[in-house]
Design a protein around this ligand. Structure first.
Ligand SMILES: *Cc1c(COP(=O)(O)O)cnc(C)c1O
Length: 388
């Protein structure tokens, strides 16, 4: 899939904006359509936890709704409340499940808990009985992550308790894959077979196993509903393969200062970088407080990808500070390097996953840490929206 360049209107950026995060809602919609077509006849949901992986819950939800997405997953009851306020007709599942005493609030906002233990099932059942309504819920089965979900050894006994299942509407049974991003990993098939076995102990219900990477494992993993997150946002689902998703994010930050330094001059904390030639250094307005991880300047991971200024490469040098980073702009034509100009950190040349690889982390963490100090611009969503 090719992607259009992610551009915003430069005049729309306030002069006080030190950095700009541009989110291409059209690319998110295109990624959803691609995953939905790949997954059919299974339904394609959208995972919008953590503020839609840091990109903005409400605008992302509306873009997905416009593309045809009707089922959404979030992590928390608070996120579910925001999503139902933006899209009242949406089916919204909460991965956290049922925290003690939250049944009334979940029912009030019209969301659906993903129950992960007998205790949660019993609490939901007690609430359903108290309001004399068979409210919907999903059930999470643990098939190998030992994290959330009913442990495999407890599913059969739970399934025998048919009174419980009379009291609520079992909409969906899910499990989650531990190693789907590694194609051919034996754990994925083992989890799929255990999922099939455990489901036989329960009343019939729709089933869901695949996240983004799980979709790529083939039709056997897709069941009735798939739950992509990262691939919607342009991130890499499967390690070691080209990423066919359309690019969604562009991150730029302004040049605060430019200075010319002789060879042998230290730059930044710890004097970690020393110029080896007569150099021009630009100080850029983003730092680890903005989610630009400090580990990019450490010994972990691949060498950091360069920033670009007007398409010219500008290597990141020295340590990442809280609010700023420094770029070697010696080889960038001087006309492009001035106070207030933008350097691009993620976008045409550098992908989320490139930055992640050089920070010793994953694209998910890079995205969810992008802070609220960036001016956010949404493009490609039909109408133009701006926030922050
Ligand atoms: C986050 C999450 C997903 C989405 O995963 P991606 O790898 O981002 O596609 C799906 N299911 C569960 C249970 C999750 O926690």
């Amino acid at each position: 899939m090719t992607s259009a360049e992610i551009h915003h209107d430069p005049d729309a950026v306030p002069s006080t904006a030190r950095g700009v995060l541009t989110v291409d809602l059209g690319a998110i919609a295109a990624n959803w359509r691609w995953l939905a077509a790949l997954s059919g006849p299974a339904e394609c949901a959208g995972v919008l936890k953590a503020d839609a992986y840091g990109l903005g819950l409400e605008p992302v939800a509306k873009a997905l709704d416009g593309a045809g997405c009707r089922t959404f997953f979030v992590a928390t009851t608070g996120e579910a409340g925001r999503l139902k306020a933006a899209l009242p007709a949406a089916m919204v599942y909460i991965f956290d499940g049922l925290m003690p005493g939250t049944a009334h609030e979940i029912a009030r906002i019209g969301a659906i808990p993903v129950l992960g233990s007998r205790a949660e099932v019993e609490e939901w059942v007690a609430y359903c009985r108290s309001v004399e309504t068979r409210l919907p819920a999903a059930l999470h089965l643990d098939t190998g992550m030992s994290r959330l979900g009913v442990p495999p050894g407890e599913v059969e006994e739970l399934g025998r308790d048919r009174d419980l299942f009379q009291a609520f509407d079992l909409r969906l049974v899910i499990s989650h894959l531990a190693c789907a991003d590694t194609p051919g990993h034996p754990t994925s098939d083992a989890q799929r077979l255990l999922f099939d076995q455990l489901r036989r102990a329960l009343p019939p219900a729709r089933a869901s196993l695949a996240n983004s990477a799980g979709i790529m494992l083939g039709s056997a993993f897709r069941y009735d509903l798939v739950r992509p997150g990262i691939a919607l946002y342009g991130g890499r689902a499967v390690a070691g393969r080209p990423n066919p998703a359309a690019k969604v994010v562009r991150l730029e930050a302004r040049i605060l200062q430019v200075r010319d330094l002789p060879a042998g001059t230290a730059v930044g904390y710890g004097s970690a970088f020393v110029t080896d030639r007569s150099s021009r250094i630009a100080t850029i307005a983003t730092g680890y407080a903005d989610g630009f991880l400090r580990s990019i300047s450490g010994p972990i991971g691949l060498p950091s990808p360069p920033a670009t200024i007007a398409g010219h490469s500008a290597p990141i040098v020295g340590r990442v500070s809280m609010d700023v980073i420094t770029l070697d702009v010696t080889d960038v034509p001087a006309e492009f390097v001035h106070r207030g100009a933008f350097a691009e950190l993620i976008g045409r040349h550098v992908l989320i996953d490139d930055l992640a690889d050089s920070s010793g982390t994953i694209g998910y963490e890079v995205l969810t840490r992008l802070g609220d100090r960036y001016h956010r611009m949404y493009v490609g969503g039909g109408e133009k929206r701006t926030a922050g």
